[in-house]
Design a protein around this ligand. Structure first.
Ligand code: HEC
Length: 168
């Protein structure tokens, strides 16, 4: 008896989950997979910096995003859209020289402190998992590419990407 009940319950639950899954596909967010034209790139310190950057950062910080198949499927699509929109808004190497925020000077520190690349991105993108050696090379490269400031000039401390607001 109880086994029968359980299996019916299980089947019904599966149907409910499946119907919900279909329903959320209709929600009109997460499908704006545009790659606007590349307007201007920074002067990279070398081809290796650019290569490492496009491997580990380019999907969210350039207009050359590779949209994987699951970026079309909610709820993954919502998370990915948010990452790319937000990432580009802060720092976009395809719109270098644009007016407003483009936080290249924080890039080296973000890698050094481990905020970037975002952890759940590297779970699915093995090519973005950098070895210690590659990480070191990228950090040096980012410093060389983006540090236009005078030596010794005070730099703003950055906050971890996960911490909302500017409490500290
Ligand atoms: C999966 C998407 C994704 C990847 C990959 C990624 N970032 Fe980000 N990045 C973001 C998002 C989202 C933000 C905005 C964070 C926030 O709201 O504070 C951000 C913010 C930044 C900022 C602005 C300062 C800050 O910390 O908020 C810098 C600099 C940065 N990222 C550098 C990098 C570098 C360098 C890499 C590669 C090593 C990288 N990111 C990889 C999504 C990404």
């Amino acid at each position: 008896m109880s086994r029968l009940f359980k299996s019916k319950f299980f089947t019904r639950s599966l149907i409910v989950v499946f119907v919900l899954f279909l329903l959320i596909q209709v929600y009109p967010y997460g499908r704006d997979h545009t790659n606007p034209p590349v307007k201007n790139e920074p002067v990279w310190s070398g081809p290796q910096t650019r290569e490492l950057f496009s491997r580990a950062c380019g999907d969210c910080h350039s207009n050359q995003t590779e949209w994987p198949w699951y970026s079309h499927v909610a709820p993954a699509s919502w998370l990915i859209q948010d990452h790319v929109d937000n990432g580009r808004a802060h720092f976009n190497v395809s719109e270098w020289g644009r007016e407003g925020k483009n936080e290249g000077e924080e890039a080296a520190e973000a890698v050094e402190k481990g905020y970037m690349p975002i952890k759940n991105y590297t779970w699915l993108h093995s090519s973005a998992r950098l070895s210690d050696e590659e990480k070191k090379t990228l950090i040096e490269g980012l410093k060389a590419t983006f540090s236009e400031e005078e030596e010794g000039e005070e730099r703003e401390e950055i906050t971890p990407a996960r911490t909302p607001g500017s409490g500290g």
